[in-house]
Design a protein around this ligand. Structure first.
Ligand SMILES: [Mg+2]
Length: 118
């Protein structure tokens, strides 16, 4: 079971992901509302896996991704995308993201994607 950090500007989505992953036996060790907060947290916490929303204020997922990979090279990053973001998802996968989860998703989709890596 993995230690996970959730990065999303939607508080509701952070809560849904936290509940779903906790019920699946994972440990959510931190969450952040944008990329900048996530990078600051990575000085203190070392997650095995990070869910990273693409669209966020301050610093979005695509800008944060290389900085996250630099701070935490071993962490798997799962992008959280919306419909119509295929190009951004492809870019993220080229930049080191391991996989993606497209909104809206069901709990079983989350558990399946995360389960590939944790
Ligand atoms: Mg968002």
């Amino acid at each position: 079971m993995a230690k996970i950090m959730i990065v999303d500007d939607s508080r509701i989505l952070r809560k849904i992901l936290t509940n779903t992953l906790t019920e699946a036996g994972h440990e959510v060790i931190a969450d952040a509302g944008n990329g900048k907060e996530a990078i600051m947290l990575l000085e203190k916490v070392k997650p095995d896996l990070i869910t990273l929303d693409i669209t966020m204020p301050v610093m979005d997922g695509l800008e944060a991704l290389p900085k996250i990979k630099e701070a935490c090279p071993d962490a798997k990053v799962i992008m959280v995308s919306a419909a119509g973001q295929k190009n951004k998802v492809m870019e993220a996968l080229k930049s080191g993201a391991s996989d993606f989860l497209q909104k809206p998703f069901e709990p079983e989709d989350v558990v399946e994607v995360i389960g590939k890596f944790a």
